[in-house]
Design a protein around this ligand. Structure first.
Ligand SMILES: Cc1cc2nc3c(=O)[nH]c(=O)nc-3n(C[C@H](O)[C@H](O)[C@H](O)COP(=O)(O)O)c2cc1C
Length: 482
């Protein structure tokens, strides 16, 4: 607790933690994120220390000052014991001051936070983690990282300037931040290292983040998305909290029909009762499923498209909002997080018997296609990109584009909405794959697609209806049976 590097740190209760005395005079700590912790009856001097932790953020030395004279030598040991306990319970935040100004506060954001050692070697070079980033929260600036269980509140431009300086490996002794004392900067570097925002920069070959495969293989945005879309490494909301319930009505279960100059193309609806007996056995389909890249000479037909779409994605039932689920839902063959069914299905068609080349939107309720575009250059580029990604030597007969009406998910989910959308896309992929296999069609997933290009082609808003996944669909080559 009294390691030298920690001496200048100001201690305060973590944000959201309050303390009070219960009816028996026992000190209690409460916050929204944990059940109350009782510290029992404490001597007055400790209660005064707690008062200060809730206010000015004193150093340990300042807290201990006078305690020994006032309450005897045991009092300091008791203080340290309680501070250690508060620290283990992740109830403390750590402030750095330059002279009298607080320039940064480290706030733990997960129960797994533990402050490492910030004992730095002034001659050794340190560098900001490549996962650390600054962003505005309200009217403040924070430093965050998906590798850290805390965030740093940047309370002063000198802290931001230090982060800038640490973009290059720098030894604390060589740091020059205008207007900042070397002592404050060294304390701050120590705190950044102790929390994981800065790491030693090894002279040869970069930091462990670049060298160790398990870390080097995570891109910044992948790790950030992972860490923030699952509980554990942050204190943000995560789950079905209905964040927009009081602001806007839920987006409808079905997308309003697309405006089209052409009448809707009603699709062939397969006889599901007949299929229940005549279809290929489930195990044969599951075991026969493969990504099939070769496309048949005779293109897929619009009847086959109709069957595939109905079997994979057609609406089977409507369920209006109830007290248990406050928004309308539909039931379809695939599962969907919160039954949101946010994914709209678009078809970029190169060649399909009975359907002109162009871009179409599938209405899963009417089981019909609306033509959005003819064969525009954007439609060709969508098809070309997919051919490139799947190493097709010719354009896909049909490219299925899945576009998320994201607000359908984010209206009810918080923190995990995009990950739910991507899971929904994965689920729909598999359903398309299996139905295509049952129908002896060729299907293959596509790992990447240009969402801006899709939005331009489809005339949708990037933020309201953006493509999140693509699949190639085609007839099979003759004799190529699964
Ligand atoms: C999400 C996802 C993305 C994929 N992206 C591509 C791709 O871009 N190019 C490609 O050739 N295959 C792609 N595939 C197909 C995989 O390569 C294929 O599933 C894998 O090799 C296993 O073979 P199988 O599907 O025949 O079992 C993708 C599959 C999935 C599920």
């Amino acid at each position: 607790m009294m390691e030298t590097w920690r001496r200048p740190l100001g201690l305060r209760f973590r944000e959201g933690v309050t303390w009070s005395l219960d009816a028996n005079g026992a000190a209690q700590l409460t916050s929204s994120s944990f059940s109350p912790v009782s510290l029992g009856a404490l001597p007055q001097a400790l209660l005064t220390a707690f008062e200060r932790l809730g206010a000015e953020g004193p150093t340990i030395e300042a807290l201990a000052e006078g305690l020994a004279e006032q309450d005897g030598p045991l009092a300091v040991a008791t203080l340290l014991h309680h501070l250690r306990r508060l620290e283990q319970l992740v109830l403390l935040a750590y402030a750095v001051r330059d002279v009298k100004t607080t320039i940064a506060v480290l706030q733990p954001i997960s129960p797994r936070f533990s402050l490492g050692s910030g004992a730095i070697d002034p001659e050794r070079r340190y560098v900001l983690s490549r996962f650390a980033y600054q962003r505005r929260v309200g009217e403040g600036l924070v430093l965050e990282s998906p590798r850290c269980h805390a965030l740093l509140r940047i309370e002063d431009a000198r802290t931001a300037a230090l982060c800038f300086a640490l973009a290059r490996p720098t030894a604390p002794a060589a740091l020059t931040v205008p207007g900042a004392s070397l002592e404050a900067m060294s304390t701050l570097v120590g705190l950044l290292v102790a929390a994981g925002f800065a790491i030693p920069a090894e002279d040869a070959g970069g930091t462990e983040e670049e060298q160790v495969f398990e870390l080097a293989s995570w891109s910044f945005h992948d790790l950030l998305f992972h860490a923030r879309s699952r509980p554990g490494r942050h204190s943000g909301p995560c789950g079905k909290t209905y964040p927009f319930r009081d602001r806007v009505p839920p987006p409808p279960a079905l997308r309003p029909p697309r405006a089209s100059t052409d009448p809707p193309i009603l699709l062939h609806r397969p006889d599901l009762d007949a299929l229940r007996t005549s279809d290929r056995p489930f195990t044969a389909v599951l075991e026969g499923r493969r990504s099939v890249y070769a496309q048949g000479r005779v293109p897929i037909s619009v009847e086959q498209l109709g069957e595939l779409l109905y079997r994979s994605a057609g609406v089977r039932a409507h369920i209006p909002a109830t007290p248990e689920c406050c928004y309308d839902i539909t039931m379809r063959p695939s599962p969907s997080g919160g039954a949101c069914h946010d994914l709209e299905i678009y078809l970029a068609v190169d060649r399909c018997r009975g359907l002109d080349s162009g871009l179409y939107h599938y209405d899963p309720d009417a089981h019909a296609l609306s033509r959005i575009q003819g064969r525009t250059p954007e439609v060709t580029t969508l098809l070309t990109d997919a051919a490139f990604a799947t190493r097709h030597t010719e354009l896909p007969q049909v490219l299925i584009c899945l576009a998320s009406r994201f607000q359908r998910v984010s209206w009810s989910y918080e923190g995990i909405s995009y990950s739910v959308t991507l899971k929904n896309a994965g689920v729909l992929y598999q359903t398309f794959y299996l139905v295509a296999t049952a129908m002896r069609l060729a299907c293959s997933g596509v790992g990447r697609g240009d969402s801006d290009l899709f939005c331009k082609a489809a005339g949708t808003d990037y933020y309201a209806e953006t493509s999140v996944g693509e699949l190639v669909l085609a007839s099979r080559t003759e004799g190529d049976e699964p």
